[in-house]
Design a protein around this ligand. Structure first.
Ligand SMILES: [Mn+2]
Length: 244
């Protein structure tokens, strides 16, 4: 199977459509289709902070759920939006406020449709995706090899937030261990979550969150080619959001 795994979109759908063009997809009835039979996959965090989170939901729902022409795994922002849509009390901060503002500007009928689309997307998608045909594992913030196939609260926290210690840095960001340094498996682990200036390769892992919403770029990692393709962001560049 030939796949193109796409990093954190965060509502930057214009860059997403440009990336599909760069990857050689053609548009058929609003859905990108690759003439070579390639399939796209998303590492999660499709909403929040960026300009078009509602469109990102509609687009990914159509592609993954309706057309079954791609894969998606949730990120921590997706998980929080899901809890919001299910009526749980969540703080509308860290970018969720942009998505909920877009959502509230819709008509009641449109709101209901988008809410149901997102709930369906989350409930029908795996927490992380093991794709043997591509020798790949897609997990939003990464995963440990010993947890492949497991699903519990600890694994869910790791997959959504990374290897956090529970401590905070002076600037408020969580302390994260660099789990990728200790990975020595044969499957590719493709993840995002932490913005880096360039795709970050460590052992057989790659972080493809190149911070599109912070003015970096939107990146895809292609298998079996093991190469990346990026398009520049149209958003203002915010240096302090990038690590490495
Ligand atoms: Mn994230």
């Amino acid at each position: 199977m030939k796949i193109d795994i796409i990093g954190d979109v965060h509502g930057c759908v214009d860059e997403l459509y440009q990336l599909f063009e760069q990857l050689g997809y053609e548009w058929r009835d609003g859905t990108p289709v690759h003439p070579g039979g390639r399939l796209p996959a998303f590492v999660g965090d499709i909403t929040d902070r960026g300009p078009k989170s509602v469109e990102a939901i509609q687009f990914v729902h159509r592609l993954v759920i309706q057309e079954k022409a791609g894969f998606y795994v949730p990120g921590n922002h997706c998980d929080k939006l899901y809890r919001f849509f299910k009526g749980n009390p969540v703080q509308e901060t860290h970018g969720l406020e942009t998505t909920t503002a877009e959502y509230r500007s819709l008509s009641p009928t449109e709101q209901e449709t988008v809410k149901q689309q997102f709930i369906e997307l989350i409930e029908l998608s795996p927490l992380y995706h093991i794709i043997p045909e591509a020798n790949a594992v897609i997990a939003h913030a990464g995963i440990k090899e010993e947890d492949f196939g497991k699903r519990n609260k600890r694994v869910k926290t790791f997959v959504l937030y990374g290897d956090i210690t529970g401590e905070k840095l002076p600037d408020g960001r969580p302390v994260r261990r660099d789990w990728a340094q200790h990975y020595n498996g044969d499957k590719w682990i493709i993840y995002g979550h932490t913005p880096t200036k360039e795709p970050r390769f460590v052992n057989k892992t790659v972080n493809i969150d190149t911070g599109c919403v912070f003015g970096g770029s939107l990146t895809a990692f292609r298998l079996p080619e093991e190469c990346t393709v990026s398009v520049p962001s149209s958003m203002p560049y915010i240096e302090e959001k990038f690590r490495y």
